[in-house]
Design a protein. Structure first.
Length: 199
């Protein structure tokens, strides 16, 4: 083997090694990793299961909108999950101070006789932060995760204002009504009155 051939072979090996080093790692295992990392936080939060798809016609404003169930990571068709019965949808973030006061109120409301279902929508904050907050507050409401960026499919569909929290009543007929008064619930009576007023 000539010196030129040896150098050419060495250069080829070096180029192949460089290409392999620059290739992305992980594939499917990397995609599954975030869910595995959330397992302890999900266990500690012990959220109620997210609602499953209803046979009723999907809520038009949320038709085709998907989000991940915060409690187990499964994909939820929000328009189908909220169909057929009234639901109070509460949009919150882990950094939002009024949300930290309101979430336990919503938990207490959801336990009362005659309460409509309550679904939380975590936004603009990492899922782990949301799970840790719910665990600290002792709030076990079913919640979906709408991403930690500035926009997500649920926020976009609901046209959520920048100031949080934000609540909506989805009626049994599929109408979506923003609850403007009060913007933050301080007690279960306020929740009940707002829900009745938006029904």
């Amino acid at each position: 083997m000539t010196t030129v051939t040896k150098w050419a072979l060495a250069a080829a090996v070096l180029v192949v090694a460089l290409i392999v080093a620059l290739l992305p790692r992980g594939g499917a295992d990397t995609a599954a990793q975030p869910s595995a990392d959330l397992a302890p936080a999900r266990s500690a939060a012990a959220l109620r299961p997210c609602p499953s798809a209803s046979p009723a016609a999907p809520v038009k404003q949320l038709e085709g909108v998907r989000a991940d169930c915060l409690g187990d990571g499964t994909s939820v068709d929000v328009g189908k999950a909220l169909a057929g019965a009234p639901v109070l949808v509460n949009v919150w973030a882990s950094w939002c101070e009024p949300c930290k006061t309101e979430l336990p109120v919503l938990q207490d409301y959801a336990k009362q006789a005659g309460a409509v279902r309550v679904l939380g929508v975590q936004v603009q904050s990492p899922a782990e932060d949301g799970l840790n907050l719910l665990a600290r507050l002792g709030v076990h409401l079913p919640s979906v995760f709408d991403g930690d960026g500035r926009s997500g499919p649920v926020r976009t569909a609901l046209k959520v204002p920048s100031a949080l929290p934000a609540s909506y009543l989805v009626t049994a007929a599929g109408a979506v009504r923003f609850i403007a008064n009060p913007r933050t619930f301080r007690n279960t009576d306020e929740v009940r009155v707002a829900v009745e007023g938006a029904s």
